[in-house]
Design a protein around this ligand. Structure first.
Ligand SMILES: [Zn+2]
Length: 506
């Protein structure tokens, strides 16, 4: 299965631009490619994205000096330029390459950057723009094979009178002209925005493990990502490297296709409705997270709860009425068990810190979003906070699989703390706060954590097809638009609401 939402789109555009196929024929050809099968939802998305691409292109005004209706020619070779050291200590030569869709003609070079989501209000990345227009103005065609690991061989440099950089959002056929100007203006832009940051560009800005590790080819050798063979307890399935998080596990249980589509970063439908309990849980989480991010760091106090008890919001999660009051009570309760309360002078807190570990036996990158990693004195603890109207019964590891993952991360020594990291569960409920410490050294706790995790990981890990499971899961699925099997949204939501009798946890 293809592992990138725009890969098939580029295949189709290549067939249209360099193979002279019609859009319909190019789509059919890609869909019939048995060596690289497409998930049905990815096929549906690709068709939408290709048509959006051409719709957007037809709307973009012709560049100055190009007669209306005249088209630029697609360019199959990448453009690159090689630059010498800009200051002492730089590498001898570094190479700047632009990919995406390239076009030329009428003395113009144009690069169209294809985005999955809308570009209508996408933040501008000035450095990316400056780097691209520098290469557009001064680059030459790349002659070496795509994956050759040597210095690039470049063809002849053809000067142009104008360069243009455009981005296109395939979700809604939106476009933006990010730059249009002479080569001199492009170089000036490059000099202003890139040269000043060249150290960071060359150094790559250091390693910041997080969600993107799953897509990184170098993750197995990354100094910041610990390798733990056997962490997941499954062996290599022969599938390409994938990433797994608790969200993957949950989505997969609801619908295998949904987990796969999230992995591909297909555009989501943002208007899906969450239950009131989920919104309240998110609002409480975000509020407490903000408290823990204050500088100087200080313990939460009951006065830190929202002042408006009947309606408040945090990080876009708005609550009213009963849920708002319950949330205020939970935040006040948190102050009673805030981990920073005892020795505020010798603590540090890191809310929402991603923890990444690579399991080479499974060939899976595991990404854990931890609620709070904190230190008191010499001791580090990972605390997961859960909100629920009523305290749950039963095994907490079973109830909160994230906790099982936390236990195994602590056991594997990938959390901070020289003599190990503790794990605890904070439950904020309608009847008060409860903090439970888990003994990560106890064999039965570890064995149970392993059972819970494996039950989430194994079916996903062995699956290469990601079949759809239409029905109830469609009710809050953000990808129904791309799914050929999606149940009518209203039917699915009704089915889900009927089943959602209990209180969901966040
Ligand atoms: Zn606190």
């Amino acid at each position: 299965m293809t592992a990138w939402s725009l890969g098939p789109l580029h295949d189709v555009l290549d067939s249209v631009e360099f193979g002279s196929l019609s859009v319909a024929d190019a789509l059919a050809k890609r869909g019939a490619d048995a060596r690289r099968p497409l998930h049905p939802a990815l096929a549906q998305w690709t068709e939408h994205a290709v048509r959006s691409y051409f719709t957007a292109v037809a709307r973009i005004p012709a560049p100055p000096g190009v007669p209306d209706g005249a088209l630029l020619d697609p360019v199959s070779r990448l453009w690159a330029r090689q630059r010498g050291p800009l200051k002492p200590g730089d590498p001898d030569v570094y190479e700047e390459v632009v990919g995406d869709r390239r076009y030329a003609g009428h003395g113009i070079r144009e690069l169209r950057m294809v985005r999955t989501a809308s570009v209508a209000d996408r933040p501008r990345d000035d450095r990316e723009i400056a780097l691209a227009v520098g290469v557009l103005a001064g680059g030459s065609p790349v002659l070496s094979a795509r994956w050759e690991r040597k210095r690039l061989r470049l063809g002849r440099f053809d000067p142009v009178r104008m360069v243009r950089l455009v981005e296109i959002g395939c979700a809604d056929a939106s476009y933006r002209v990010l730059f249009e100007g002479t080569p001199e203006e492009a170089y000036a832009r490059y000099d202003a925005d890139v040269t000043a940051h060249i150290d960071r560009l060359i150094a790559g800005g250091g390693f910041r493990p997080g969600e993107d590790c799953g897509r990184c080819a170098a993750v197995a050798r990354c100094p910041e990502v610990p390798s733990r063979p056997g962490f997941l307890g499954v062996t290599h399935s022969g599938l390409p490297r994938r990433s797994w998080s608790m969200t993957t596990g949950r989505s997969y249980r609801a619908c295998p296709a949904r987990a796969h589509l999230a992995d591909l970063f297909l555009p989501r439908d943002g208007s899906m409705e969450n239950t009131e309990a989920i919104v309240r849980g998110q609002a409480v989480h975000a509020w407490i997270e903000n408290l823990h991010r204050r500088t100087p760091q200080r313990p939460c106090s009951p006065d830190d709860a929202p002042a408006q008890h009947d309606a408040w919001e945090c990080a876009g999660w708005a609550v009213t009425g009963h849920q708002a009051r319950l949330g205020v009570q939970m935040i006040g309760d948190h102050a009673l068990v805030c981990p920073l309360r005892d020795r505020p002078d010798d603590t540090e807190a890191h809310p929402e810190r991603p923890v990444v570990v690579y399991d080479p036996e499974a060939d899976v990158v595991v990404i854990a979003k931890t609620d709070l990693l904190y230190r008191v004195g010499h001791h580090w603890t990972l605390r997961e906070t859960k909100t629920a109207k009523a305290p749950g019964e039963g095994d907490p590891l079973e109830q909160y699989p994230q906790l099982a993952l936390a236990v195994l991360l602590a056991r594997a020594g990938v959390l901070p703390g020289a003599e190990g990291c503790r794990v605890e569960l904070e439950r904020l409920t309608g009847s008060g706060p409860v903090v439970t410490a888990l003994d990560v050294a106890a064999p039965d706790v570890v064995a149970q954590a392993r059972r819970v995790l494996e039950a989430h990981v194994s079916p996903w890990h062995a699956d290469a097809e990601y079949p759809t499971k239409p029905g109830e899961a469609c009710g809050d699925c953000p990808f129904t638009r791309w799914c050929p099997d999606a149940k009518d949204a209203k039917d699915a939501k009704d089915a889900k609401d009927a089943k959602d009798t209990g209180e969901a946890d966040a």
